[in-house]
Design a binder for this molecule. Structure first.
Ligand SMILES: [Zn+2]
Length: 95
């Protein structure tokens, strides 16, 4: 066969779900009267490793769409662990 060049074919495609580290900057102030430092609280679950957007997406994917937690772990990648996802779901259930 003889070469006749290339024909391009465009499709709409997706990417795996991306998770990234987000830094929440919490302002600290010192009160000269109390001699104490006060720190603003971030808009996060206390001591949670995961942010609200990730948590909300994971909840909808699992509880609304029925995606198993093990599958979520695969979809989100290795920064997200099965055990931590379960703990987050249980914490959300108590709010
Ligand atoms: Zn004070």
């Amino acid at each position: 066969m003889e070469n006749k060049g290339w024909k391009d074919r465009g499709v709409i495609d997706g990417e795996p779900i991306k998770v990234k580290k987000v830094i929440h900057r919490c302002e600290k102030k010192w009160c000269p009267k109390c001699k104490k430092t006060f720190q603003a609280k971030p808009d996060l679950l206390p001591r949670s490793l995961y942010g609200n957007t990730l948590i909300a997406n994971a909840c909808v994917m699992h509880y609304v769409h029925g995606i198993p937690v093990g599958r979520l772990e695969e979809m989100f990648g290795r920064d997200i662990s099965l055990g931590t996802l379960f703990k987050v779901f249980h914490r959300i259930a108590e709010i």
